[in-house]
Design a protein around this ligand. Structure first.
Ligand SMILES: C=C(OP(=O)(O)O)C(=O)O
Ligand SMILES: [Mg+2]
Length: 427
């Protein structure tokens, strides 16, 4: 009933207009599962490789013809006849087929599209939602707190803001739907406020506004004002989070905030972030130091690790080998989870489990180049990790994930739990 009979791939477009892969896995029962892979802009150097064609005359080298051929060729041949319910064995076979440390032979995009589509196919054949197929009903299903990126900067917009993401965190609510409604209310209030102050209200890659503010503080002041104008309490109901994506402005051992005209040593940048934490209700800072500056990460964790969530994205790239080294050294206290950084669902779940055992939080995340695929919403609920980062409320590629979470909350009814403020209590 769940034996794989065929695998097909389709080149589709992501939210930046670049080609990406969608795979469909069919089973002998007649059921099928489809999934599409996203694509990052501020990628970590140690991410699994996204296979691109490199032909500059077609989509500037970003074509996926080779990855598509790998799905329909060697991957389909090897997986035909396998049981889609055995995700671990399917993913192990995918890794074995590729055989490289960074998935560069077949491409992490080819592998992930098939890995996720297999999970969807199995769930469909079993007639259960994906979160039930991936999760453990005995642990219960928990809706995550949304980390909503309302102000875009860095590699995600062409404005003056060096910090890549300024997010709102609606954690002080009883239900996911209430938290989302509050977050969206702030987004609308921020649009009105920016318009009033003469800023453009066009948006960046993740759907947040992208004004030319004078620096991080002006961005955070505007967001705090929007929270109040929307009728919510900053801090206790809606807090703030940052993704510095600091690897993007780390050069020659220094951190350069070009938009603010400032350069910092690692200790000074640590001090800059500590002052922000002192002055604003910031719950979480992602990539506050560059991925190759582990000494900086040590400083930052010593200074702020007991007060705020410190998230490794480019730092850990959803990779258990790198995460275990970080845990050993005691750096950061949370990991961002992006399935396409590692290439299979099983390896993604392994990173989340390793984090959980070490007391590190996991935040399931989109990429800046997205599709309508909503797998990450089910993944966040299935693992009860408590947090999801999937952009703002103004682009359908982001809204799809929020709408999927609303549907799950409705479906779970009285069994639906919301992670709320508890998601941040470990620090
Ligand atoms: C989502 C992010 O951006 P990208 O997909 O460009 O890495 C991020 O850095 O957390
Ligand atoms: Mg990041």
């Amino acid at each position: 009933m769940t034996t794989i009979t065929s695998i097909k791939a389709l080149e589709i477009l992501d939210s930046r207009g670049n080609p990406t892969l969608q795979a469909t896995v069919r089973l002998d029962s007649g059921h099928a599962g489809t999934a599409a892979v996203p694509s990052g802009a501020s990628t970590g150097a140690r991410e699994a490789l996204e296979l691109r064609d490199g032909d500059p005359t077609r989509f500037g080298g970003k074509g996926v013809t080779k990855a598509l051929a790998n799905v329909e060729g060697p991957i389909a041949a090897a997986l035909k006849g396998r049981d889609a319910r055995d995700q671990g064995a399917i993913d192990a076979l995918l890794c074995e087929l590729d055989g490289s440390a960074d998935k560069s032979k077949l491409g992490a995009n080819a592998l992930l599209a098939v890995s996720l589509a297999t999970a969807h196919a199995a769930a469909n054949a079993l007639a259960i939602p994906l979160y039930r197929h991936l999760g453990d009903a005995s642990r219960g299903f928990t809706l995550p707190v949304p980390l909503m990126n309302v102000m875009n900067g860095g590699a995600h917009a062409n404005n003056s803001l060096d910090i890549q993401e300024c997010m709102i965190v609606p954690h002080g609510f009883e239900r996911f739907g209430d938290a989302l409604r509050a977050g969206v209310g702030v987004f609308h209030a921020l649009r009105t406020l920016l318009d009033k102050r003469g800023f453009p209200t066009s948006v960046g890659d993740e759907g947040g506004f992208a004004p030319n503010v004078s620096g991080t503080r002006e961005a955070l002041d505007l967001i705090l004002e929007a929270i109040e104008r929307a009728g919510y309490k900053p801090g206790s109901q809606i807090a703030l989070a940052l993704d510095c994506a600091a690897s993007e402005f780390h050069d020659d051992g220094e951190y350069h905030l070009e938009g603010e005209g400032k350069r910092f040593s690692r200790a000074e940048f640590c001090g800059y972030l500590a002052e922000l934490v002192g002055d604003y209700p910031i719950l979480s800072i992602e990539d506050g130091m560059a991925e190759d500056d582990w000494a900086g990460w040590g400083l930052l964790t010593d200074r702020l690790g007991r007060r705020v969530q410190l998230v490794g994205d480019d730092l850990f790239v959803t990779n258990t080998e790198i995460l275990s080294a970080g845990i050993e050294k005691g750096i950061a206290n949370a990991i961002l989870i992006k399935p396409n950084q590692i290439g299979t669902l099983t390896e993604t779940l392994a990173a989340m489990e390793m984090a959980r055992r070490a007391g590190y939080a996991s935040i399931v995340s989109h990429r800046s180049g997205e599709t309508g695929d909503t797998t990450i919403a089910d993944l966040a609920v299935a693992t009860a990790c408590g947090q999801i980062k999937t952009g703002s409320a103004s682009r359908s590629d982001r809204v799809e994930k929020y709408n999927r979470l609303l549907a799950i909350e409705r479906e779970l009814g009285a069994d639906a739990r919301f992670a709320g403020s508890k998601a941040f209590r470990s620090h």
